[in-house]
Design a protein around this ligand. Structure first.
Ligand SMILES: Nc1ncnc2c1ncn2[C@@H]1O[C@H](COP(=O)(O)OP(=O)(O)OP(=O)(O)O)[C@@H](O)[C@H]1O
Ligand SMILES: N[C@@H](Cc1ccc(O)cc1)C(=O)O
Length: 375
């Protein structure tokens, strides 16, 4: 596969931001083996944003010849008070429900879960020289920058936090270098950690990314954040600026169960959630059902997506590109209810293998259900 094909795979949808394409090309040209990673806190059920968006990109990275890794951030979850801040519970869930759920998600998006390494943060944190890297990074970052970075924990800027939460962002940056990661991947909400990593990369004394005598900068790939199904707090959204303000509140989130479809949801739950979804007629911007269609169904184009309707409502219609579907929706030729039903049926089929997996192996999900979700 040539460099251009590899770049296309790595940067394609649902990737939304690549920092930077030039650096990615540079890494490919110098021939350094690509080592990817994405980290997750262990906190609750896996939703489509986490499972399918991350899964889709992991599949792309594999096709482009990268080694892929899922980093189970147990210590970070403890710092961020997830699952009652109980490290033992966090580790148990990480290695059972979360690992299995992510493996299944990667598989339905076309990746090979057996080629993904799953690493528990505590496995590397217990090594003394990890902390050397944390300090090395911290020496190059101001306190105010760290305080602004706590949004990567789902915290608000300016929120009063305990001191461990200020160590977290430095740990997240250290995780990249300590593991020799040159492709740092996450959702758009994690970009602050990656921007720091890129900035400090060539200043590090320990665990810099070295290749043929050169200190390399990592490439950051940020995937699209799927919108949640709920109505936004403010509507209509008049500008892209306003959307930026509301973005965090509008994304699919496990702490808002009606905003999200979870990977193990039953067909009836999926149908119900979509029926209640916010999907104003003819509105193509900030419309979560269209957003899901674009990023899940039309991730690879052309594809075939058929919407079944009784003949009196126009009969069946098949779309091969998202633009065609969007145009019909904008012109009122496609009714929100027909779109919602078709998206629900698509998801039910896509997620069937995951549901079956958890039916056959119920323990990890049962464990997750029993644990009190604290945030
Ligand atoms: N809606 C989403 N779409 C795509 N990716 C997402 C979405 N929400 C979170 N992610 C990504 O999944 C990873 C884990 O995020 P996280 O555990 O904070 O999920 P969450 O649903 O935002 O949790 P919570 O809302 O309870 O804080 C991160 O890389 C994040 O960018
Ligand atoms: N901050 C990430 C989790 C994470 C932790 C450590 C990492 O190295 C990477 C990611 C989140 O909230 O989802």
């Amino acid at each position: 596969m040539d460099i251009e094909e590899r770049v296309n795979l790595i940067t394609r949808k649902p990737a939304e931001e690549v920092l930077t394409v030039e650096n990615l090309k540079h890494l490919l040209e110098v021939g350094v083996p690509l080592q990817h990673y994405i980290g997750f806190e262990i906190s609750g059920y896996i939703h489509l944003g986490t499972g399918l968006m991350a899964g889709a990109k992991i599949a792309d990275f594999q096709k482009a010849g990268a080694k892929t890794r899922v980093f189970l951030a147990d210590w970070h979850s403890w710092i961020n008070d997830k699952l009652g801040g109980d490290l033992e519970v966090i580790q148990k869930v990480a290695l059972s429900y979360f690992k299995e759920g992510m493996k299944q998600s990667i598989k339905v998006m076309g990746g090979d879960p057996d080629k993904v390494e799953f690493v528990l943060a505590s496995e590397i944190l217990e090594k003394g020289d990890y902390w050397q890297t944390v300090i090395d990074i911290s020496k190059n970052v101001t306190l105010s920058r760290v305080m602004r970075s706590i949004t990567i924990m789902g915290r608000q800027m300016g929120e009063s936090v305990d001191f461990a939460k200020l160590i977290y962002p430095m740990m997240q940056v250290a995780d990249i270098f300590y593991q020799g990661v040159n492709i740092a991947h996450a959702g758009m909400d994690q970009r602050k950690a990656h921007v720091i990593a890129i900035e400090v990369a060539q200043k590090l004394k320990y665990h810099a990314l070295e290749w043929s005598g050169e200190k390399l900068k990592p490439v950051a790939i940020h995937h699209h954040l799927l919108l949640g199904l709920q109505e936004p707090l403010v509507w209509p959204i008049e500008s892209e600026e306003k959307f930026k303000e509301l973005k965090t509140q509008m994304k699919m989130s496990k702490s808002k169960p009606y905003s999200a479809v979870f990977i193990h949801d039953t067909p009836e739950e999926i149908r119900q959630k979509l029926r209640k979804a916010f999907c104003p007629a003819k509105e193509v911007n900030y419309n979560p059902v269209l957003d899901w269609a674009e990023y899940i169904i039309f991730r690879e184009e052309p594809t075939e997506f058929t919407i079944h309707r009784p003949p009196k409502f126009g009969g069946d219609v098949t779309y091969t590109t998202f633009e065609e579907l969007k145009k019909d929706f904008a012109e009122g030729k496609l009714h929100p209810l027909d779109l919602k039903n078709a998206v629900a049926e698509y998801l039910i089929e896509l997620l069937a293998p995951i549901r079956k997996y958890f039916e056959k192996n119920p323990e990890p999900l049962e464990l997750m259900k029993e644990i009190k979700i604290t945030r």
